[in-house]
Design a protein around this ligand. Structure first.
Ligand code: ADQ
Length: 467
């Protein structure tokens, strides 16, 4: 039995993912974990509707016991805050892509303006003892803006993406202003110890702050807590999908269409951080150096486009189209296509059936806060005959998944060698590697993550929170 949280939970994120009458299904693991807590506490999930339009009072909709509240944002705000500062400045910078990072004063202005709008619109709906949880890089200044309205609630912040090295972050104009704002929160959460320690580095070297043995961080008169709290998948729901008719039918369809060939699978949003070009090059290296493997393997890469209005996403898409064409042009035979490259999304049950049919899960991000695909792949495997996870050492998930074959995604040779190793790995070794990962994925799931964060937040000392 779940303990009933004592206080009402207010979740704030860029987009609201709570189910609605139009989209009654769960919108992903995060939505499932948070909506359960929102339902129990009569909480509210605030965010942008995804629509361009004049910002007015939030539209409240209660569906299945969960209330969501959304606002529209004017076109210019969407361009500067969302397409601009969030997706063209912070996202690439926090994923170590200084080469793709755009520094535009208008973007920063839009970001601060929209955070202010969020604060103005949401602030009046927060009651004094609500627990407030802000999500991700879109809304870093929001806690500070709420404090400025006099809110003394417990307010937490979780960063879903990596925290960048200090030397990279200092390339951002007004970086100190952004990080200062984080000190308005009581608790900030990172996916891994690595990102937490990188944050510590900034605090020590740029803010003259102190790290306490108990995880507290003090800068000037403010003391907050920063924790590593890895997100997981919605394990229960995933198991239901995995064992569904649809998953079984997909599995059968994949086995049939593989005609005895080993399936290697990749599933990612089409994003340059996911290392798709490097993955294709690694697979190409495998085919070049192992002609005996031709016609015995194929790679299925599923990559639905995202953020298509941003130039760097159009570029990566074009590069992948060209590279996949080159690989198939060079290696395909009359009865074999080495790379099936698909640009759309699939329901979770279908993905589960595909994962289960795949001998190898290939997850090669250049940087990733966590990476839930790695966990889903493990959760989907047959316990008696599990596949092998090949995982980038630069994914947050690598810290928890030591049964994976860890690779350097920048090295085509490393990827090619890992594919060979995975395809020839004896059953006993596959089971020995897979089982502890499976247990971890099931135990430290998204509900575990949510409870862990909110427990720490609820215990944050009261008082002294006003700025
Ligand atoms: P993302 O960068 O979106 O998330 P990830 O963690 O891999 O990355 O989650 C993607 C989700 O989308 C998975 O549940 C996956 O199944 C689903 N998905 C991907 N391709 C799909 C397809 N073709 N069809 C259907 N579903 C698909 C950000 C961070 C991550 C962090 C998460 C959660 O970048 O590092 O793990 O948030 O904190």
């Amino acid at each position: 039995m779940e303990c009933r949280p004592l206080t009402r939970l207010i979740v704030i994120s860029n987009r609201v993912q709570a189910p609605t009458a139009e989209q009654p299904g769960a919108q992903g693991g995060l939505a499932v974990a948070l909506t359960a807590a929102l339902r129990e506490t009569n909480g509210i999930w605030f965010g942008w509707s995804g629509e361009a339009g004049e910002t007015e009072a939030p539209r409240f909709v209660t569906y299945d016991g969960v209330t969501s509240a959304t606002i529209d944002l004017p076109e210019q705000d969407v361009e500067e805050y969302y397409d601009g500062y969030a997706n063209r400045t912070l996202w690439p910078l926090f994923h170590y892509r200084l080469d793709l990072t755009e520094f535009e004063r208008d973007f920063q202005g839009g970001y601060e303006r929209v955070n202010q709008v969020f604060g103005d619109v949401i602030g009046p709906h927060i009651r004094p003892d609500d627990l407030v949880w802000v999500h991700d890089y879109h809304l870093i200044p929001l806690g500070w803006l709420l404090r400025r309205q006099g809110l003394e609630n417990r307010i937490g912040f979780f960063l879903h993406i990596p925290w960048p090295p200090t030397k990279l972050l200092t390339a951002l104009p007004h970086h100190r202003r952004l990080v200062d704002a984080l000190f308005a929160y009581d608790v900030i959460g990172f996916q891994t110890r690595e990102w937490l320690e990188t944050f510590h580095d900034y605090v020590i070297h740029e803010m003259n702050g102190e790290i306490g043995a108990d995880g507290t961080i003090t800068v000037g008169s403010r003391t907050i807590r920063a924790i590593a709290c890895p997100i997981g998948i919605d394990a229960q729901d995933f198991v239901v999908s995995r064992d569904s008719e649809e998953a079984l039918a997909t599995h059968a369809r994949m086995v049939e269409s593989s005609i005895g060939r080993s399936l290697i699978v990749g599933v990612d949003r089409l994003d340059y951080s996911k290392g798709l070009e490097e993955r294709f090059s690694g697979y190409q290296r495998y085919l070049e150096t192992r002609p005996g493997a031709h016609a015995h393997v194929y790679l299925l890469q599923i990559a639905p486009p995202s953020r298509a209005s941003v130039q760097s996403y159009q570029d990566i898409r074009a590069q992948l189209d060209a590279l996949s064409g080159r690989i198939n042009g060079a290696f395909a035979d009359i009865d074999w296509v080495p790379l099936r490259y698909v640009n759309h999304g699939y329901p979770r049950a279908v993905l589960a059936g595909i994962y289960r049919a795949a001998r190898v899960g290939l997850v090669t991000p250049l940087r990733d806060g966590m990476n839930l695909v790695a966990k889903e792949y493990v959760a989907a495997q047959d316990p008696d005959d599990p596949g092998v996870l090949i995982l980038s050492r630069f994914a947050g998930a690598a810290a928890q998944m030591d049964g994976a074959v860890l690779i350097n995604p920048y090295s085509a040779d490393d990827i090619a060698d890992a594919i060979e190793r995975a395809l020839t790995m004896p059953l006993e070794e596959r089971i020995a590697r897979w089982r502890p990962m499976y247990e971890n994925v099931m135990r430290e799931d998204v509900t575990w993550w949510r409870r862990r964060f909110t427990d720490v937040l609820e215990q944050a000392p009261a008082g002294g929170r006003a700025l």
